[in-house]
Ligand binder design. Structure first.
Ligand SMILES: C[S@@+](CC[C@H](N)C(=O)[O-])C[C@H]1O[C@@H](n2cnc3c(N)ncnc32)[C@H](O)[C@@H]1O
Length: 290
């Protein structure tokens, strides 16, 4: 095979035209090969660059669409909640507003779906006394009444305009187990309560002041529910007497967004007088996981 190729080439290279033809074809082929290698390298580079760009744009759009969907369905949940407010207490409570209280965050009610998730496994007895610290316009109270909470329910709200709305609907739906305290959460007496609920009413400094006050006053164990628990968790973790019994991510339900960004709630037990929180088992906690 090699021998016949050599013979063929030597005959071919005898003729000048064939020689020229042969070398020019070989040169062209060589250039074509080099060109193909370089081009392929560049083309694959260009292709991978474009693929990356397309991928990035798609991911960016996916996040944009998700965010728009979250905001959109969040507003839908807000409206559904307002309609449910009217059904439960005759007033629209679904709004956000700036409050005129030192150290306070703005007013915003807890979503009903969030309440259903937070208290899903909680069991309430007639010996329970529930307090919503910074109760706003009273959505949590309306929800508890609807769930036939068997004990006492108290709401504490400092902003007079916000409290006036809660007071108004409560006057139209009188309930002897419900009371509203229009006053500062920092000045209340907490030993009357067994369950405390709190939805980010104030900043970290005021939260710490509240915890100190609770610890000073309590003579019995309590359950403490905190929604959007950033600094709460930081402050209570490892603190004498406090034990976290549940913490969960709360963001969307049935494909609709409860919050535009992910949030956490946590559930704590506090046992006073330096007793060990592990020694306390609350019979009303039900199946809440520890
Ligand atoms: C985010 S809203 C929560 C409302 C309600 N707990 C709910 O979940 O639907 C917080 C409320 O706490 C109230 N608040 C803030 N600081 C307070 C304080 N020191 N004493 C009483 N209420 C306070 C605010 O006025 C606001 O209405």
């Amino acid at each position: 095979m090699g021998g016949s190729l050599f013979l063929f080439l030597s005959v071919l290279l005898e003729s000048k035209t064939a020689k020229t033809l042969f070398f020019s074809t070989a040169t062209i082929l060589l250039f074509l090969c080099i060109f193909a290698v370089v081009c392929d390298f560049r083309i694959s580079n260009i292709i991978s660059q474009y693929t990356m760009k397309i991928r990035e744009t798609l991911i960016e759009w996916k996040h944009k669409v998700k965010y728009i969907y979250a905001r959109y369905t969040y507003s839908i949940v807000f409206i559904i909640d307002g309609i449910y407010d009217i059904w439960l207490c005759g007033s629209w409570l679904s709004r956000k507003r700036i409050v005129n209280v030192k150290g306070a965050t703005s007013y915003e009610p807890t979503r009903y779906w969030a309440l259903n998730i937070i208290f899903k496994d909680a069991k309430f007895t007639e010996n329970d006394s529930f307090v919503d610290i910074g109760c706003g316009e009273g959505r949590v109270i309306a929800w508890l009444i609807n769930k036939h909470f068997p004990g006492q329910i108290t709401g504490i709200e400092k902003d007079p305009d916000v409290a006036a709305i809660a007071k108004k609907w409560m006057e139209h739906r009188p309930n002897e187990n419900v009371r509203l305290i229009e006053g500062d959460a920092m000045e209340q007496f907490y030993n009357d309560y067994t369950i405390m609920y709190i939805f980010r009413p104030f900043n970290e400094e005021f939260f710490e002041r509240l915890i100190l006050r609770i610890e000073e006053q309590l003579t019995h164990p309590i359950r403490f529910y905190y929604l959007t628990d950033f600094y709460c968790r930081k402050y209570l973790t490892g603190r004498q007497g406090w034990k976290m019994i549940n913490r969960q991510y709360i963001w969307r339900t049935y494909g609709l967004y409860i919050f535009p960004v992910p949030q956490f709630y946590s559930v704590w037990i506090y046992t006073p007088n330096n007793s060990d929180p592990n020694s306390y088992t609350d019979p009303t906690i039900g199946t809440i996981e520890s």
